[in-house]
Write a protein that binds this ligand. Structure first.
Ligand code: PHE
Length: 428
């Protein structure tokens, strides 16, 4: 089995998986919709108490057995392999619509480069999103088919430093804008009354897992290539810190722009594709910022989609003994089939299901409800069904920290996930 060629590339690959559209587009959007800064409290709590411990558990499981997700589930008994496949399916479905949004970012990158102004509604009502979706499938599939060392490592080593550079440059500029202070007031000032609403808590927990790519076996897959002497808790902290940093920096940039140009902070899904392009139109040198912003979104999306694809490719390769190339091609075909309805859902064909656009429905179903279910299955299987003490063997911490981690992963995480899954299903 391939190994990561250095510790740094593993951390970059995991940051690549974590930092994505979820940080730059979804995070400011949910903060905007959930009343600004109040949301940050449950979000930080969910990250620290739930997502980080589960991230450590996943990496430990990955390195302990050095297997793909399905085979790792198989350690609990052959019949549990089906649970692994179910999680693969959830991730594949998330990937199918994630690639549609990644296609939008690619299109907007090209529009900004060409200096053309295209409204979101005229773009999405055409058939163009389908073409950009197909390019996104192809790009992701091609990189993954080259393997861990030749494909994934090379891309993340370029894209992640590049993405952070753009992000920092954007923030440095935005700090000087007149909307910076009101933007920060909105972004950081807590409105404590929001904390009484259970839906704010479940949105925060869901966002924490989505943003850190935790609970879906991606880190089990990436962890299988880890060197034995790599410090797992330390890596988890670096990955989490980078992900939080990216989300906060994106929030600072976006809300400064929104308040400078008097736009709507709670615009929802339209924030990145309608509100911000308007700001870019109004500002001096807006075209450069627009190119930088969409290049950032696209590179962040690409390194995340690679991780979702790799997890599925590794499972197919390991379980069917097919080659990496064949597994990648098979998945690309599946993704085109699964994602085309989402790619067309905003078009004039107006594909709807139960009255909602298919892409929105996918985000609400697999993206929001599927994710805690997957995380619950991961936590229960690897903490309750396999008594082999993986954590203690792989994670070198003091007795006290190890016990805390053990309690969090065994009781607190399953209980919290069970609660929010039940709450979400009841809300339907
Ligand atoms: N974490 C990625 C983001 O923030 C999305 C993602 C979700 C990646 C699930 C892998 C698995 O955009």
């Amino acid at each position: 089995m391939e190994r990561w060629s250095s510790r740094l590339v593993f951390v970059l690959a995991a940051i690549g998986s974590a930092v994505g559209i979820g940080n730059i587009w979804r995070f400011p959007m949910v903060v905007g919709q959930n009343g600004g800064g109040a949301y940050l409290i449950p979000y930080f709590l969910a990250v620290v108490c739930l997502a980080v411990p589960l991230m450590i558990l996943e990496m430990a499981v990955g390195r302990h057995w050095r297997r793909n997700l399905v085979a790792s589930f198989g350690r609990a008994g052959k019949r549990f392999e089906i649970v692994g496949w179910l999680i693969c399916l959830i991730v594949l479905l998330i990937l199918s619509y994630y690639l549609v949004i990644m296609g939008w970012t690619l299109a907007y990158l090209l529009f900004s480069l060409l200096g053309s102004t295209v409204t979101f509604s005229s773009f999405t009502s055409s058939l163009e999103p389908l073409a950009y979706f197909l390019i996104s499938v192809l790009a992701t599939g091609l990189i993954v088919s080259l393997g861990v060392n030749m494909g994934i490592e090379r891309i993340v080593s370029i894209m992640i430093p590049f993405a952070f550079l753009i992000l920092v440059a954007l923030v440095l500029f935005c700090v000087s804008l007149p909307g910076f202070h009101p933007g920060m007031d909105f972004f950081i000032q807590p409105d404590y009354s929001m904390l009484r609403r259970p839906d704010v808590w479940s949105a925060a927990i869901g966002q924490a897992f989505f943003s850190l790519s935790v609970g879906m076996g991606i880190l089990i897959t990436y962890g299988a290539h880890l060197e034995d002497d790599m410090d797992i808790p330390q890596s988890a902290l670096i990955i989490t810190f980078s992900d939080l940093l990216a989300a906060m920096l994106a929030g600072i940039a976006i809300f400064s722009l929104v308040f400078t140009f008097g736009l709507e902070p709670a615009a929802g899904a339209e924030l990145a594709f309608t509100t911000l392009p308007r700001a870019f139109e109004l500002m001096p040198y807006g075209q450069i910022f627009s190119v930088a912003f969409f290049a950032l979104l696209f590179s962040a999306a690409l390194t995340s989609s690679i991780s979702m694809m790799e997890m599925n490719v590794a499972a197919i390769m390991g379980q069917t003994k097919s080659s990496r190339k064949r597994a990648s091609i098979l998945l690309m075909i599946l993704l085109v089939a699964l994602g085309t309805p989402s790619a067309l859902s905003y078009s004039s064909l107006d594909l709807r299901f139960f009255g909602s656009r298919i892409l929105d429905l996918m985000d609400v179903s697999v993206g929001t409800i599927g994710l805690p279910i997957a995380a619950l299955l991961v936590a229960i299987t690897f903490r309750w069904l396999i008594d082999d003490d993986v954590l203690a063997g792989q994670v070198h911490l003091s007795e006290r920290w190890l016990r805390t981690l053990s309690i969090l992963t065994k009781y607190v995480i399953p209980a919290a996930l069970l609660l929010i899954t039940a709450a979400m299903i009841m809300e339907l």
